[in-house]
Each structure stands twice: as C-alpha cells, then as structure tokens.
Design a protein around this ligand. Structure first.
Ligand code: FES
Length: 107
C-alpha cells in the first residue's frame, strides 16, 4: 500500500471546473476529512484538468479509480460519508464515460 488508503483529486485549476465552483467541492472534502481525523488515511489534493471539462466539478478517488462528475457541495458530502469514510463508492454519482478525454465543446 502507498502512503494513503485513498487519494482524492479535485480539479481546481482547469478552465471549466473552476467556473463550476470546484473550490467549494475541494473545501468540503478537505474539511470533512480533517474533521473526521482521517488525514493519515485519506489525502485530498487539488488537481489540474482531468480531461473531462464541462462535466465538473470533477473528482477522482484512488485506488478504486472511481470518477465523479458534477460534484457540488451536497454531492461532496455524500462522497465523503459514503466513500471516503465508510468505504462504499456512491454509485448514483459515479461518472461513466469512454476512456480518455471527454471534454464538452465550449459554449
Ligand atoms: S477543467 Fe476540470 S476536467 Fe478539465
């Protein structure tokens, strides 16, 4: 095993997730992990573009390789409670797309 049981990346510096309030998504996840004293086990990091622009805010959790799209504050609360704390990915929030980049055209 690596340094953390789970590693969470939140796209907070790409061009579209930033306009979809990914900063709040990041902060909710970071705060809940800290409040639950899970820091030694779960690491939440900022990431650059994850290649899924327009579907954000995008979040990915490793090692399960579970991707979530449209993660607003309420979704972040569920991802924390059900996946990061209790260990079960939130199937209803899971992002399903073909492998690789899936950027929506700019509007
Ligand atoms: S800007 Fe977030 S996936 Fe590209």
């Amino acid at each position: 095993m690596g340094q953390y049981a789970r590693h969470v990346f939140v796209c907070t510096s790409g061009k579209t997730c930033t306009t979809q309030d990914s900063a709040t998504t990041f902060q909710v996840l970071k705060d809940r992990v800290r409040d639950a004293a899970l820091g030694p086990h779960v690491r939440v990091n900022h990431s650059g573009c994850l290649g899924q622009c327009g579907h954000g805010p995008m979040v990915v959790v490793y090692p399960e390789d579970v991707w979530y799209d449209g993660v607003d504050a309420a979704a972040a609360e569920r991802i924390f409670a059900e996946h990061l704390r209790d260990g079960t990915p939130v199937e209803s929030l899971r992002y399903v797309a073909p492998p690789g980049d899936n950027k929506l055209p700019k509007t």
